[in-house]
Design a protein. Sequence first.
Length: 255
Amino acid sequence: MPSLFRKSPGKQLQSTCEQLQAMQDQKGRLNEEVAAARRALATSRFSCTILTFSQRQAHAKSRTALKEKGAQAVKAYITHPVLSGPAIERLEDSKIDDIKNLKPDGIFLSNGPGDPSATEKKCRKLLQSLFELKLPVFGICIGHQLFGLSFGAKTSKMSQGHRGANHPVKNLINNKVEITSQNHGYEIVLESLPECLKVTHVSLFDKSIEGLRHNELPFFSVQYHPEASPGPTESSYLFEKFLNLIKDSKTNAKT
């Protein structure tokens, strides 16, 4: 007789119910862990990449050091033939003196998940200190939103987020259209924009802000992802722009 029927029907039913309850309890615990992880991501997972000009050998050593630190380090690099550099740990855990000691040539505020206003509250002082350095700054996605928030703008949750690889964005500076990759659910509110910031790019879908620049300092940002284009490369000029700002900054520092 098969083992399934060795127990009486009553005991078999009780055993099955107990197994189902155990599985349900395990599912509940997993759901709680997932929810906790999502909350953590929404409030704290933001990275800041410091860009420096150094030899490839130095970059290799930085990568090795980061790899050894494992999960404690944010392994973020720009895949660009010229730009690359060591990543700093979570922005909220970084210290401005540690960043200064790196003697960076520019600051890159990377993309990341979550509510930008919640993230900005955790790293407000550090962001202010970073901008006070007056080094070239390039922000992408949540980095773009944090850039705006740091100067007094506000963000809001979009009724329909931008997701996908074929979003048309108009560059208001040269009057050209770029096909972009996007993945965000928050936007900077146009009416809240301070006078020191200028809109440089807008979405042709809903006219939301897709790019900003500071009127006096070498800071700029975009809401979309020029580093993650699945095909079109119209936005790659932004990295050249950042590189040129860094070059100009270094030249002016010498004079």
